[in-house]
Design a protein around this ligand. Structure first.
Ligand SMILES: Cc1cc2nc3c(=O)[nH]c(=O)nc-3n(C[C@H](O)[C@H](O)[C@H](O)COP(=O)(O)OP(=O)(O)OC[C@H]3O[C@@H](n4cnc5c(N)ncnc54)[C@H](O)[C@@H]3O)c2cc1C
Length: 552
């Protein structure tokens, strides 16, 4: 390792750190696992990333021990995606520039903070609507590598829909752009020497020979970030290898630049928000199903446990947000319509109100941006409030992204509550009702052996239930460590075999972010469970931002 670091110091322009404080910081992310790296590299540009990969590849070719390379944005992943042994490659320090803003696109380096990028786009009347709730604390590269999604995904889709092209550094150091191609372009790529040509040849063959398996064996949910999206690569006579890179968590290549499509920012004065309160899960689920048909731009859910939690920590946040009788509802739904045509939007509002009157016991409609913002606090402050709960029991992100077909939302919530009762867990539920993607984080104390044992028994039950409902373990937060272990349950052995082949095609030496996506077993993840979970390892900036999110 010493020799490798010496070689890297000579060949790279970016810094290298083996400082214990840095290693400790990079050993965790927003999740419950811990893996300590050997060094951190801060590349200054794509060429530096290429040199890094080539140097490590050569080190392996010379018969030395394997050293892995793992990309990192801002480490807000909640499942261990950016942590590993080996070398962590930090994209945030230097590779954080917006390179070009066009009328309907932007070219950006992966380490750019998503919030900064969005602010810049908004000042030009544009935006990327697939942003995650963590927009203020994550990078755009992390969002692309995770196929992140958020409150607007129900109408506008997830990150992959906005990725036009990706510049990558392959596992042999080759730099290339991936994007949609016609037959002629594909044939040209296949004819290239080295890893690039081999990737195009093998990927095309794999998909052609397994077309039926690929299209019949993935969960039919409206939001999916698990596995490798093979089902997206060949479409309408075109071939797009970038589809398999979006959501691949740095396990296939490094992303060094992204060209993304932007859309017009809706006029905030032409948006309606309907907030409705329900006394039963069944009624809220029935209402959500019907409102979903109206194509809302957001359809979000918050349960009574979350409201009680906010009430105990930040009661001022709830002022004016609940029905006047003071009764805490079992479920709150927030439905937003952003149709810019007034008569279309008003018609949607009328139809949504009819549905709400059938099922809800109370509701309000907001049309003014500042009033809407006030109501959104109820939903958006969820994660931030969770982070600030005192005591040893913490809200753990271990089952926080299960997603089922939208018509199974009611059954999903009911069965989740049954599991929490069985394990005697305190829990709150919030999330994206429109996509039936629910964020649940049970309160547990990882320093207690009993809680650690309970954790995996409970996750077994939870993911089995998600599978029975035809769902996926990861609607937007991706596989990372925990869900990589449960994904075979959702996709089955034939797809898992194909995922393993994809990894071999891109990264034959298993150098890039090993133990994620493929080759993960429970013994490994259990060994690396943290003994204490806190957000201390997240940067100060993140804590400040979390607090600002609450305060906003
Ligand atoms: C409070 C909270 C709320 C969240 N809400 C959401 C949400 O609403 N929706 C959602 O989708 N997620 C959410 N997340 C998860 C996470 O914040 C997002 O997925 C985010 O986009 C990750 O970005 P990051 O910069 O932190 O990436 P990191 O955590 O650093 O990395 C994520 C993955 O991307 C890979 N990666 C990073 N950069 C590159 C690169 N240049 N090349 C190749 N691979 C790379 C890493 O190896 C890792 O596997 C939330 C997290 C928290 C803590």
């Amino acid at each position: 390792m010493k020799q490798l670091l010496k070689n890297l110091t000579k060949s790279l322009e970016g810094e290298i750190s083996t400082d214990n404080k840095d290693l400790e910081y990079y050993s965790t992310d927003g999740g419950v696992f811990e893996l300590t790296p050997t060094a951190i590299v801060y590349p200054i540009d794509t060429n530096d990333v290429s040199k890094l990969v080539k140097t490590v590849d050569k080190f392996h070719q010379n018969g030395n021990d394997k050293i892995s390379l793992t990309a990192r944005g801002n480490g807000t992943d909640q499942g261990g995606g950016p942590i590993n042994t080996g070398i962590i490659v930090d994209f945030m320090k230097h590779m954080n520039q917006i390179l070009e803003i066009g009328d309907d696109y932007v070219v950006v380096q992966p380490g750019c903070m998503y919030g900064r990028l969005q602010d810049e786009l908004k000042s030009n009347g544009r935006y990327i609507p697939s942003y995650p709730a963590s927009i203020e604390v994550c990078t755009i590269g992390g969002a692309v590598a995770n196929n992140a999604a958020g409150e607007k995904t129900v109408k506008y889709g997830a990150t992959r829909k906005y990725v036009d092209a990706i510049q990558v550094v392959l596992a042999d150091g080759t730099v290339t752009w991936l994007h949609e191609m016609n037959d002629k372009q594909l044939e040209h790529r296949k004819s290239l020497p080295g890893l690039e040509g081999s990737i195009f040849k093998q990927l095309d063959k794999l998909i052609s020979e397994n077309y039926e398996t690929i299209h019949n064996n993935h969960p039919h949910v409206t939001k999916e970030s698990a596995g490798y999206a093979l089902w997206k690569v060949k479409k309408n006579g075109h071939f797009n290898a970038a589809e398999v890179i979006v959501g691949s968590q740095g396990t296939l290549c490094f992303v060094t630049a992204i060209r993304m499509r932007t859309i017009e920012l809706p006029d905030p004065n032409k948006v309606s928000l309907l907030v409705s309160y329900y006394d039963s899960i069944q009624k809220a689920g029935d209402a959500a199903k019907e409102i979903h048909e109206l194509d809302p731009s957001a359809l979000e859910v918050v349960d009574s446990n979350l409201i009680n939690l906010v009430n105990s920590q930040k009661p001022e946040l709830l002022k004016g947000l609940l029905p006047e009788d003071g009764h805490i509802p079992a479920i709150v739904l927030l439905a937003e319509f952003d149709n810019q045509n007034d008569s279309v939007r008003k018609q949607k509002e009328v139809e949504a109100k009819e549905i709400i009157h059938k099922y809800a016991y109370s509701s309000v409609v907001k049309h003014k941006p500042e009033q809407e913002m006030q109501m959104w606090k109820l939903r958006r402050s969820a994660a931030a409030v969770m982070w600030t709960i005192p005591g040893k029991k913490k809200a753990l992100p271990i089952i926080e992204d299960g997603t089922v077909p939208p018509h199974k939302l009611t059954e999903f919530i009911k069965r989740a509550y049954e599991i929490f009762e069985k394990y005697d867990l305190e829990i709150a539920i919030w999330g994206h009702a429109g996509d039936a993607d629910l964020h649940m984080q049970p309160f547990m104390d990882l320093s207690k052996a009993a809680d650690r044992r309970k954790l995996f028994a409970m996750t077994d039950d939870f993911y089995k239930m998600v599978h029975e409902l035809g769902g996926t373990a990861a609607g937007e937060h991706n596989d990372s460590l925990m869900r990589s272990a449960y994904r075979p349950l959702m996709f089955g052995p034939e797809m898992e075999k194909l995922f393993n082949q994809v990894k071999d095609i891109f990264d034959p030496e298993n150098m890039l972010n090993p133990h994620k996506k493929v080759g993960v077993d429970f013994n490994f993840i259990k060994k690396h469970l943290r003994h204490e979970y806190s957000i201390e390892s997240l940067a100060k900036l993140e804590r400040q931002k979390a607090q600002e999110t609450i305060d906003r």
